[in-house]
Design a binder for this molecule. Structure first.
Ligand SMILES: [Zn+2]
Length: 597
């Protein structure tokens, strides 16, 4: 045997030892952490690639995290959905019953077809697990996989959360959920010994959706150690990359960087101000509250090698004069919440429109009424004063017949009732009160101006976003008034339901710049009752003109004001607090255009 042969033999033996070690490691991993094992050895992504943790240091800890409840508040394209996909399939493979929830059925269908079913077809390991499964189901919503089952649900339909037992819930894009329905999902875990919950989303506004869960978690953030001064620090756009100068403009700490200089923008240590490596493989998750039960992660694009700092900085620069773009930057690039002005009603805003009165027992009116239809009827009655609307009764009644009594007691001149879900009963109520009753449907694109009466004489249609904005504006501009005990009446439900809808910018799933605004759905009946009362008010305006032309009308204040004269005069006989409010309202309107807060 020559020298080369000996060397070759040694090399072969060494190689065998490395292979054996690899196999041993894999076998151990398969036992101790099947999710990470599947990710590394079985999974192939939609881009037909295996998982490469070299690019995603921050994901490794999430994969090995064995806490029962986890939340991931994250920028787009962070790898969080890939993790949830691999983890839920691994848990199903071992025999768990999975409930995987997406915002609505449409997104659910696309997710199952484009992602899950494709993997079942193209990835050999997943295909085998499908073949092994005991049951067969061809439906989008139910899959038998390995030893377990997976239900894919849209949070929009309550039926999907009833009666199916589950061991693990996965919630993807939590901020777009219908939380009334989603709340029922947790009951499904009650008889399981596992009770696993993983929630993730691109955040929207603070204390809402994923941020609300993250705030209750141990709040982990990715920390770097400065190689120069050893300071551990959060890597943050506003402390490591930009600062605000005296004029309020943002400047880069990296003063030497300029466009076209052929290197990325540097990231600086907050203590010694020397450059640090944002992709340092020794970076670590550091929890702010390590004793908390929920394991929470916040992920920013700054942790990922797939984005340059320049790209992130450019997105920030372009967003400076545009609230929507700024919201996308915070939510999608930094994984942070963003509060646009007027994105949500708050107790503070509602307290500002309190007047010095409580609900009267009855009213001579003229009043308008809005009715939101659910398991009970949520009613909102406003006394109408020119441009102002004063809440004089709110509450729930059980039967449609109870509405008649309220109409009489408060001299209701116009009402609008939700056309859904009890369309027949809503129609009957309108037929009973043909001169004053309308039913309403939300139809996208119907503006106040082109709000038309459709098919049935009493049905009106309006764009949900527009009319909900209109109600928001009325509160912000103090164009309506609440009683002095508004925060405590109805056991606090009036305030909590008014504060429920959040105006969100929903970015395209593909991460593109386009998207749309929408209000969230949930336990918000009084907000919609207020919307319908607002629409009833707009109907009353038409009604008034008609009745005057016909020589009708009953001589109430609404008619008196509509007969002309100075439309911008303060009406007589107002209680002092209302007079003051009225005057301030007029002062604003004279500044031109719509009243502003
Ligand atoms: Zn330093």
């Amino acid at each position: 045997m020559g020298r080369d042969d000996v060397l070759n033999e040694i090399f072969r033996i060494k190689q065998k030892m490395v292979d054996a070690q690899k196999r041993l490691l894999a076998a151990t991993l398969q036992q101790t952490n099947p999710t990470l094992y599947n990710a590394m050895f079985k999974h192939i992504s939609t881009r037909m690639q295996p998982m490469r943790f070299a690019d995603y240091h921050y994901l490794i800890d999430i994969y090995v995290d064995k806490r029962k409840r986890k939340c991931i508040k994250s920028s787009v394209q962070s790898g969080k959905t890939e993790y949830m996909v691999i983890d839920h399939l691994t848990k199903a493979e071992k025999g768990l019953a999975i409930l995987y929830v997406l915002p609505d059925n449409d997104l659910r269908n696309r997710f199952v077809k484009n992602r899950i079913e494709k993997m079942f077809t193209f990835v050999p390991f997943y295909r085998d697990q499908m073949m092994k499964a005991t049951g067969t189901s061809k439906t989008v919503g139910l899959k038998h996989y390995g030893l377990g089952t997976i239900v894919y649900a849209g949070s929009g339909s309550p039926n999907q959360f009833k009666e199916i037992p589950a061991d693990a819930i996965y919630a993807d894009e939590l901020d777009q959920f219908n939380f009334t329905n989603y709340a029922m999902a947790f009951d499904r875990l009650s008889s399981s010994p596992h009770k696993l919950i993983t929630e993730s989303a691109n955040p929207t506004v603070s204390d809402y959706g994923i941020d609300e869960v993250y705030q209750r978690s141990d709040k982990k953030f990715w920390h770097l150690k400065c190689p120069h001064c050893n300071q551990w620090q959060k890597i943050d756009f506003f402390t490591n990359i930009v600062y605000q100068d005296d004029d309020g403009g943002y400047m880069l700490y990296d003063a030497e960087w300029e466009e076209g200089c052929k290197r990325d923008i540097k990231v600086f240590c907050t203590k010694c101000m020397k450059p640090i490596n944002r992709l340092d493989p020794d970076a670590q998750w550091v929890a702010e509250y390590p004793h908390k039960d929920i394991s929470g992660y916040q992920i920013s694009k700054l942790f990922s090698p797939h984005n340059t700092v320049q790209e992130i900085f450019e997105a920030f620069s372009l967003a400076q004069k545009n609230q929507s773009k700024l919201q996308i930057f915070y939510n999608s690039d930094l994984g942070e919440c963003f509060e646009a002005e007027g994105s949500k009603l708050t107790h503070e805003i509602l307290n500002r429109v309190k007047g010095d009165y409580i609900f009267p027992k009855s009213s001579e009116g003229p009043c308008v009424m809005g009715i939101d239809v659910g398991s009970s009827l949520h009613v909102w009655i406003d006394r109408v004063w020119e441009e102002l609307e004063q809440l004089i009764w709110a509450g729930t009644v059980r039967e449609f017949e109870d509405i008649d009594e309220l109409i009489k007691r408060f001299n209701v001149k116009s009402f609008v009732i939700d056309a859904m879900p009890e369309t027949r009963k809503s129609n009957e109520l309108c037929d009973k009160w043909p001169m004053i009753g309308k039913s309403c449907r939300y139809v996208e694109g119907k503006t106040e101006e082109n709000m038309k009466e459709k098919k049935r004489a009493h049905e009106i249609q309006i764009d949900r976003l527009q009319i909900m904005d209109d109600v928001m504006d009325a509160f912000l501009s103090k164009a309506n008034m609440l009683p002095k005990n508004a925060d405590t009446i109805l056991k606090g439900a009036l305030y909590s339901q008014l504060c429920r809808p959040v105006r969100l910018f929903i970015a395209d799933k593909d991460g593109g710049g386009d998207g749309r605004f929408a209000y969230t759905k949930g336990e918000d009946h009084y907000y919609h009752a207020r919307v319908y009362a607002r629409l009833a008010r707009l109907q009353l305006r038409n009604f008034k003109f008609r009745s005057i032309k016909l020589g009708g009308g009953n001589g109430g204040d609404a008619n008196r004001s509509a007969t002309g004269g100075n439309r911008f005069a303060v009406p007589a006989n107002l209680p002092p607090h209302l007079k003051k409010l009225w005057e301030s309202q007029l002062a604003k309107m004279k500044d031109g255009g719509r009243p502003q807060s």
